[in-house]
Design a protein around this ligand. Sequence first.
Ligand code: SF4
Length: 91
Amino acid sequence: VNVDVKLGVNKFFVDEGNPHIELVENPDPAEFAKLEAACPAGLYKRDESGNVHFDCAGCLECGTCRILCGKTIIKKWEYPNGTFGVEYRYG
Ligand code: SF4
């Protein structure tokens, strides 16, 4: 079973309008590339024109992005408020 299928069994409760992770404006491309490679949920993306995209829905709350890039890219990193965020389901 591949990783995408396994991630698909998790459930996410998204706190719309209150993202638990926010990025700086115009993040450094080299730093952003690290996150494209490292985020286990693949949430850091770039389109064909090179524009960066991030959506914290689907975040596994692993903290990798915060540790890897800190304030160079991550403006805000908090755990989601109670009842929101990932719910791990194994099976
Ligand atoms: Fe991705 Fe982990 Fe950062 Fe969430 S905390 S955005 S899963 S690297």
